[in-house]
Write a protein that binds this ligand. Sequence first.
Ligand SMILES: Nc1ncnc2c1ncn2[C@@H]1O[C@H](COP(=O)(O)OP(=O)(O)OP(=O)(O)O)[C@@H](O)[C@H]1O
Ligand SMILES: [Mg+2]
Length: 285
Amino acid sequence: MALLEIENVSKSFGGLQATSELSFSVNEGEIVSVIGPNGAGKTTLFNLITGVYRPDDGHIRFDGRSLVGLKPNRVVDRGVARTFQNLRLFNNLSVLDNVLIPQHHRLHSNLFSAVFRTPGYRRREAAMHELALEKLAFFGPRLMSYRLHQPVYVLSYANRRRTEMARAMATGARMLLLDEPSAGMNPKETDEVTQIIRRMRDEGGYTILLVEHKMNLVGDISDRVVVLDYGQKIAEGNYQDVVRDPTVIEAYLGRRDDSDDEDQDGGEPAIDGSASNGPDSTGGA
Ligand SMILES: Nc1ncnc2c1ncn2[C@@H]1O[C@H](COP(=O)(O)OP(=O)(O)OP(=O)(O)O)[C@@H](O)[C@H]1O
Ligand SMILES: [Mg+2]
C-alpha cells in the first residue's frame, strides 16, 4: 500500500514553475530516490511534503490523510521527518541536545507538569533521552561517549550529517526524507552512509525518500528512482532503466551543453554525480 502519495502537485515561484503536475507514490518499506539536475525541484518537493511550502494545486497524502496545509511540526507529528541539504543544526548546542530538540514541544505541552516536574513528566523526559541515545547509537561509536556532549561546531561535516539523521529518526517518524545525505562526504563516508540508509529501512523499519546526486549510492540502495527536470517527472523506474533512458541522459547532457563542455561521449558518465554537482552544491532549503 502507498504510504506517501503525491498527486498532480504543482508549485510556482513568480513565473518559475518549480514543481509541475507531479505524481508518484512511495510504498511502506521502500527506498525511493529522487534525482535530477541542479534546480530540477528536488528540495522544493521536500519542502512541499513537509509543510514549508503549500502546493498551488494537487494532493499530498501520508498514510491516507492529507498533509496539505499542515505546519512543519504537525507533519513531523504525522510521521514524516527530514534532513536538510544545508544542515540545520544548533551549532552551539551538544549533539544530544540537537537530537532532543524536536521532542521538546511534546514534553512541554503541559505547563503544570513541566514546572513541577511531575513523575509523569520525568518519565517522559527519561524515555525521550533513551530514544535519542538509541538513535545516536545507530551510527556506531561516531556520535557516542564524549561526542554526545560536544557542541556541534567541533564535529566533522560527516558527523553533523549523522546528527541530523539521528534527530529525524528520534522524532518517532515512520518516513524519512533525506536531502543529499552524502554531500560533503568522502568515498568511504559515502559507503558508510549508504549502509546506514539501508539499515534504517531494514532494521529501523523506516520508509525512505532520498534526494542524491551520487549515482553509485542511488544505484546501490534504491528500489525505485524518480527523475525530475524543470519540476516535471521525466522518468520513473528501477535505476538501471532510468539511467539509460534517453530523456534522462538528455536532461543531464543539456546542463553540460550550458557549461560548454566539449567532451560529451553520452551514456552514464553524464549522470555520474561527479559531473556537475559537487558536495558543495548550494541552493534550496
Ligand atoms: N523560495 C523560492 N523562491 C523562488 N524560487 C525558488 C524558491 N525555492 C526554490 N526556488 C527555485 O525553484 C527551482 C527548484 O529549486 P530546488 O532547490 O528545488 O532544486 P533542486 O533540485 O533541489 O536543486 P539542487 O540539486 O541544486 O539542490 C530553482 O529554480 C530554484 O531557484
Ligand atoms: Mg536541492
